[in-house]
Write a protein of this length. Structure first.
Length: 95
């Protein structure tokens, strides 16, 4: 009787999808030359649509040589950084 219960418990561990945080809304200024924001889960860099990839609670938006990384903190707020050619750093959140 215990084997079916154990089997069910083990299967449920593998079949339940991992919880992932949704990307929070944000608008940020990066390095004085880069503006980035989201619109319903789509990310724009300097007003142009960026390619978006997700890995766990981290999103990376790329446009040309510019990448913006959005990490979702445990409290749900974004932490935004950028890399562009030979520079990079933290972004200042506007909202």
């Amino acid at each position: 009787m215990r084997k079916p219960l154990l089997l069910s418990a083990l299967l449920s561990l593998f079949l339940v999808p991992a919880a992932q945080a949704a990307m929070p809304q944000f608008q940020a200024s990066c390095g004085g030359m880069i503006e980035t924001h989201d619109e319903d889960g789509t990310v724009y860099i300097n007003g142009k649509l960026a390619k978006l990839e997700q890995q766990g609670d981290t999103y990376t938006a790329t446009l040309g040589h510019t990448s913006v990384t959005i990490r979702v903190r445990p409290n749900g707020t974004p932490d935004v950084t950028y890399t562009a050619r030979h520079r990079g750093g933290d972004c200042n959140l506007v909202r």
